[in-house]
Design a protein around this ligand. Structure first.
Ligand code: SAM
Length: 227
């Protein structure tokens, strides 16, 4: 397990810094703000708005990390009474003590099921779990390049570290794995705005948009598969 340090981002929510590769888990401009904007507003909510009346949505996240995106997705499912399946991979899971220190569970007081909320962030891996009647999840302690799923996904949260830290995650081989698992009409989103990623996703047949980024970032990418 690589050593991580907690720091407070500009919106007051904590995040982690991984000194060995000089990377942070979220934007220094606001962890909660960025995650909600990029993955929920521009990803999940966008897919939902394009599929009105849809009773079920499946989400894959590359990089479970702190579990912040999982909690946000659980909150979305609960608030919208949307049945959601959330699958994620992580090859360097956090210790329970780090999850406790981050205290993300307390950012979601409206998610009533305290035990399930805590459990989502604990070291229960590799078994599908039931969070509530709206939210089921499956955290796989696995490397993304080994990951496979018998499912396809309506929304993909692509949340790897930046290209300067792990260039392989932003190259064709890695992006192809995600694109192959996207349903027709499915949406891939990331905080990343790199030109080479945009061009690779276009070459893989997706319709790519450059969207205004969250506070502190000029742009982000969203890529959709034709219906
Ligand atoms: C930028 S952090 C974001 C994490 C998470 N989405 C969050 O909100 O905390 C990237 C995460 O991807 C994980 N990761 C990086 N490369 C991976 C790989 N090849 N397979 C699985 N997980 C990976 C890292 O360990 C880290 O937890």
């Amino acid at each position: 397990m690589k050593e991580k340090k907690i720091f407070i981002t500009a919106d007051g929510t904590p995040s982690l810094a991984l000194d060995s590769v000089k990377e942070t888990y979220h934007s220094r401009h606001g962890a909660l703000q960025e995650s909600r904007y990029v993955y929920i507003d521009k990803g999940l909510k966008y897919w939902d708005s394009n599929h009105p009346g849809s009773k079920f949505c499946s989400v894959f996240e590359m990089g479970f990390g702190t579990g912040l995106n999982a909690l946000l997705a659980a909150e979305y499912a609960t608030n919208h009474k949307q049945s959601l399946y959330f699958e994620s991979v992580e090859n360097d899971p956090l210790a329970s003590s780090t999850h406790a220190e981050l205290g993300y569970s307390s950012l979601f007081p409206d998610l009533e099921n305290d035990a399930a909320r805590m459990e989502l962030l604990q070291e229960y891996w590799d078994t599908p779990q039931n969070f509530s009647s709206y939210f089921n999840y499956y955290k796989k302690n696995q490397d993304y390049f080994q990951w496979d799923s018998d499912r396809t996904f309506n929304v993909i949260f692509y949340d790897a570290f930046g290209a300067q830290a792990q260039s392989e995650m932003w190259e064709e081989k890695a992006l192809t794995r995600a694109v192959e698992k996207l349903t027709p009409g499915g949406v891939w989103v990331s905080y990343c705005a790199k030109g080479s990623v945009r061009r690779t996703l276009q070459a893989l047949g997706l319709i790519v948009e450059r969207l205004p980024g969250p506070p502190g970032k000029r742009e982000m990418l969203r890529a959709s598969k034709e219906e």
